[in-house]
Design a protein around this ligand. Structure first.
Ligand code: SF4
Length: 74
């Protein structure tokens, strides 16, 4: 079974270009301030979520193992 993933977005640096949402369409969504927030990390694969984090132009996304707390990205 796939491990549970948790994502967080640093709103001090997110520029809201929605790149992460384009890649991981379920894990992220834009809030009313047009910044990315965690939506449903279980809806996308770990691979896709990591790809989204790697492609964020300002490196605003942190990905962790939801159970162990291990930081997976960056
Ligand atoms: S890719 Fe990065 S900057 Fe763009 S919306 Fe997602 S978290 Fe924000």
């Amino acid at each position: 079974m796939a491990r549970k993933i948790s994502v967080s977005v640093d709103h001090d640096i997110c520029v809201g270009n929605a790149m992460c949402i384009t890649i991981a369409t379920k894990a992220f969504e834009l809030n009313e301030e047009r910044q990315a927030v965690s939506a449903n990390p279980d809806g996308d694969t770990e691979e896709l979520i990591l790809e989204a984090a790697e492609n964020c132009p300002v490196a605003a996304i942190t990905v962790t193992d939801a159970d162990s707390g291990e930081q997976l990205f960056p």
